[in-house]
Design a protein around this ligand. Structure first.
Ligand SMILES: [Zn+2]
Length: 403
């Protein structure tokens, strides 16, 4: 890739990519260079100093992944004399947050809002303590920023974050195009999102073209009330979470049974340590191995895994009609599977099918970046049988949005 294209892709104001070191299939190291020499903001006092540059430090920070590769930026930071305390201080860059970029920190923050720090860390290849530190610092910053004026987004996403896990909630609105949190407020649900729409007014509301959310009832009803024409998208990131939760419910139930029946082989496969391997979307040897064992035992967990993968493969198309057909097939398969958590999910996706399919009209999500590894979309063929006709009937009587 041309360095200018990578610079364009990164979009970091006043920095360009000077070198690129591709270390293979896992990591990308990018050496940055400042384009123009601006003044330095002092990290000790926060003021601008025009004193001569003493020296330059290069810090290595992690940024959002590109094509499944972790990205590390080598950023030059100037050190100057701070007249206030007469010491040499490093400059402060507002797009960095410690050893990660601010946008990567915001991504972590968003991930931890829908899963545990440990799982978010596993997913991103970070240890959970680091995830926790970044998460906490973003939360603190966001609660300070609350009263700034809001620029109306064209595409927005909204989600809620558990603050001090399970006690308090914060609702965040993100400008999807700018990849920035633009508004937040304590609490969640319709009343809180109403406040955002009131703040930007009717004119502001009319400018919003699409909204991605987790599909929570409060967010949906507030959005439908204030934005008459916007496309509402059920975020595929949350969809994955619903699927993972459903698989995990089956796993726990089967593990319990296997232990009761003293089935050492099965409980070994279903043990919590294997959970991450099962939840992965990547096709790895370990995962294929576990899946093969489960398929031989014809365990419900295997059925659940196939259902999950079949659902994720719906996203492999760009064609809404194809997605519509596949979603309908999936709902039928889920309900007919008889697996309680998937029957429930089948009905849930049936109720929210318009929002799932709206993704194919406007591909926005609540994740700040689309840089997270996409699902491997391993396809499995499913039996289509008689249950489909009756489901088609139910399917076609939805009223609130035309499909
Ligand atoms: Zn200073």
């Amino acid at each position: 890739m041309h360095l200018d294209s990578v610079t364009e892709l990164l979009r970091i104001a006043n920095y360009k990519v000077a070198h690129m070191i591709d270390t293979g299939n896992k990591r990308l190291e990018l050496v940055l260079k400042r384009v123009e020499e601006h003044f330095c903001v002092c990290s000790a006092c926060g003021e601008i100093h025009r004193t001569a540059v003493h020296s330059i430090d290069v810090v290595r920070v992690e940024d959002l992944p590109i094509s499944g590769k972790r990205v590390f930026l080598h950023v030059p930071k100037r050190r100057t004399l701070c007249p206030k305390d007469n010491r040499i201080r490093t400059e402060e860059l507002d797009w960095l947050r410690g050893r990660v970029t601010r946008r990567f920190a915001e991504q972590i923050y968003r991930l931890t809002s829908i899963t545990t720090n440990k799982e978010a860390g596993w997913f991103l290849g970070l240890d959970d303590e680091k995830v926790y530190r970044i998460d906490k610092s973003i939360l603190e910053e966001l609660s300070l920023q609350r009263l700034e004026t809001v620029a109306v987004p064209r595409h927005m996403s909204v989600d809620e974050v558990a603050w001090q896990k399970w006690h308090k909630y914060v609702t965040n609105v993100v400008d999807v195009d700018k990849r920035k949190v633009i508004w937040n407020h304590e609490g969640r649900g319709k009343g809180v999102l109403d406040k955002f729409y009131h703040k930007i007014g009717k004119k502001g509301c009319a400018k919003i073209e699409a909204v991605a959310s987790d599909g929570a009832r409060g967010f949906l009803s507030s959005t439908k009330e204030h934005l008459k024409r916007a496309v509402i998208v059920l975020d595929h990131f949350h969809v994955k979470k619903y699927l993972n939760d459903a698989v995990d419910t089956v796993r726990k139930e089967e593990l319990r049974k296997a232990r009761q029946q003293d089935n050492g082989e099965l409980s070994g496969i279903l043990h919590c340590n294997k959970r991450f391997i099962l939840m992965q979307n990547k096709v790895t040897d370990k995962r294929v191995n576990i899946l093969e064992k489960l398929s031989l035992l014809n365990n419900p967990v295997y059925q659940a895994m196939l259902l999950k993968e079949q659902f994720l493969s719906i996203y492999a198309t760009d064609n809404r009609k194809v997605a519509y057909t596949n979603l309908r097939e999936w709902i039928v398969a889920a309900i007919k599977s008889g697996i309680p958590s998937f029957v429930e999910l089948g009905y849930k996706f049936f109720r929210k099918r318009h929002y799932v399919l709206n993704y194919f009209i406007c591909k926005i999500t609540t994740a700040i970046s689309e840089g997270l590894p996409a699902s491997s979309a391993r396809r499995e063929s499913f039996r289509k049988d008689s249950g489909q006709a009756e489901m088609t009937e139910i399917w076609n009587c939805g009223k609130d949005h035309s499909v």
